[in-house]
Design a protein around this ligand. Structure first.
Ligand SMILES: NC(=O)c1ccc[n+]([C@@H]2O[C@H](COP(=O)([O-])OP(=O)(O)OC[C@H]3O[C@@H](n4cnc5c(N)ncnc54)[C@H](OP(=O)(O)O)[C@@H]3O)[C@@H](O)[C@H]2O)c1
Length: 300
C-alpha cells in the first residue's frame, strides 16, 4: 500500500518526515554539529523541524541556525506552547505544573520562541496539550493577531481529542493544520480515537510522535513488545527493509490519513534510513501482521 496524497489544504508546505528536537539538549552537540544535522536533514528532503518551548531545544537550534542564516528559508519551524512546568522562569509554574492557553501566555511564549530561534516568524504553532480551561474564542483572536502580524503562518494542536479539535476549529476562522498525537505499533490507540478520520475529513495531516516508542520498539521489555519486534523482523525480510525502524515508518505511512511521522533520533544515519522508508510499501497482510502482534489476537 502506498497512500501518499499530494494535495494538502494548508497554508504551509511541510515535509512528510519531520525532524523532532525534543531530545536535542541531551545530544550534547556543538552548534556546528547541530547545523550539520539540520543541513543533512534538508538534503534528505526533511525540511520541517519540530520544537516546543518546554523542550529547551529552541535556543540551541537558533544558535546553530545563526551560523548559516540563509538556511532559515529552506526549513519550516514548528513549535508548541501552553505547558507551564515549574523551573522555567517567567514561562514556568510557580509551584504546580499546569497548562495555560490564555492569549497573554500564548503571545509571551511566541515572543520567547522567536527570540530563542533567532527568527522573525514561526511556520506553525501548536497548542502542546489541551488546556481544560481554554477559551476557544480568546485563542482564535490571539491566533488571528499573530497571523496578521506575520509572526505565525499557521496553527494547529497536539494531543487533542476530536471534540476539542472541533471546538477550537469552530472558533478559528482559518483551517488548523494538524493534530500531533502519539502513534506507534505499540501505542496504536489513535487508530480508534477518530483523530485520523477527523484529519482526513478536514483534509489535513496528523503529525505522529514517538513512532519508535522512544526507542523501546527496538528494545522491548514486555511480551507485547517482543511480539511486535518479531513481526517487524519478519516483515522487514519480506519487504526488503534494511532496518526495523524502516518497517515501522512504512507501516505508519500506509495509513490513509497521510501522516507526518516525527523522527526523534540524534544520529544522521538513522535519519537517512528513515528517509529511505518513504520508498517502501507493504501489503495488507503484512500491515495486519504487525497490528495483530500488537493487539495480541487476530482480527475478529
Ligand atoms: N506533541 C507531543 O506531546 C510530543 C511528545 C513526544 C515527542 N514529540 C515530538 O516527536 C519527536 C519524536 O519523539 P521521540 O523522540 O519519542 O521519537 P522516537 O523515534 O520514538 O524515539 C527516539 C529515540 O529512540 C532512539 N532510537 C532510535 N532508533 C533506535 C535504535 N535502532 N535502537 C535504539 N534506540 C533507538 C533514539 O536514540 P538515538 O538518538 O541514539 O538514535 C531516540 O532516543 C520529538 O522529538 C518531538 O519533536 C511530541
Amino acid at each position: 500500500m502506498n497512500t501518499h496524497r499530494s494535495q494538502e489544504k494548508s497554508t504551509v508546505e511541510l515535509s512528510t518526515l519531520i525532524a523532532g528536537f525534543w531530545r536535542l539538549a541531551s545530544w550534547k552537540q556543538s552548534p556546528q554539529e547541530t547545523l550539520r544535522f539540520i543541513e543533512r536533514c534538508v538534503e534528505l528532503g526533511i525540511t520541517t523541524m519540530d520544537h516546543a518551548m518546554v523542550y529547551r531545544s529552541e535556543a540551541p537550534f537558533g544558535n546553530a541556525l545563526a551560523l548559516k542564516p540563509e538556511l532559515r528559508d529552506k526549513i519550516e519551524i514548528v513549535t508548541k506552547f501552553g505547558i507551564r512546568p515549574s523551573g522555567f522562569g517567567n514561562l514556568g509554574a510557580r509551584k504546580v505544573n499546569h497548562y495555560d492557553s490564555s492569549s497573554a501566555a500564548l503571545v509571551e511564549s511566541v515572543e520567547n520562541s522567536l527570540q530563542d530561534l533567532g527568527t522573525d516568524h514561526l511556520d506553525a504553532l501548536l497548542i502542546h496539550r489541551p488546556d481544560y480551561l481554554m477559551d476557544c474564542d480568546e485563542i482564535a483572536n490571539a491566533f488571528s493577531t499573530l497571523k496578521s502580524e506575520g509572526k505565525v503562518k499557521a496553527f494547529g494542536v497536539s494531543n487533542f481529542t476530536i471534540h476539542q479539535f472541533d471546538a477550537l476549529q469552530h472558533a478559528v476562522s482559518f483551517p488548523l493544520i494538524t493534530n500531533q498525537v502519539e502513534f506507534s505499533p505499540y501505542e496504536k490507540e489513535n487508530l480508534d480515537s477518530g483523530v485520523f478520520e477527523q484529519c482526513a475529513r478536514y483534509a489535513i495531516r496528523p503529525m505522529l510522535w514517538s513512532c519508535l516508542g522512544g526507542g523501546s520498539i527496538l528494545n522491548p521489555t514486555d511480551d507485547k513488545g517482543q511480539r511486535i519486534l518479531a513481526a517487524l523482523k519478519e516483515v522487514a525480510a519480506n519487504i526488503g527493509a534494511e532496518t526495523i525502524e524502516q518497517v515501522v515508518y512504512a507501516w505508519i505511512l500506509a495509513l490513509p490519513c497521510n501522516p507526518h511521522p516525527l523522527l526523534g533520533t540524534s544520529r544522521i544515519e538513522r535519519v537517512e534510513q528513515a528517509a529511505a522508508a518513504l520508498h517502501l510499501s507493504m501489503n495488507r497482510e503484512q500491515w495486519y501482521q504487525i497490528w495483530e502482534a500488537s493487539h495480541g489476537t487476530p482480527v475478529p
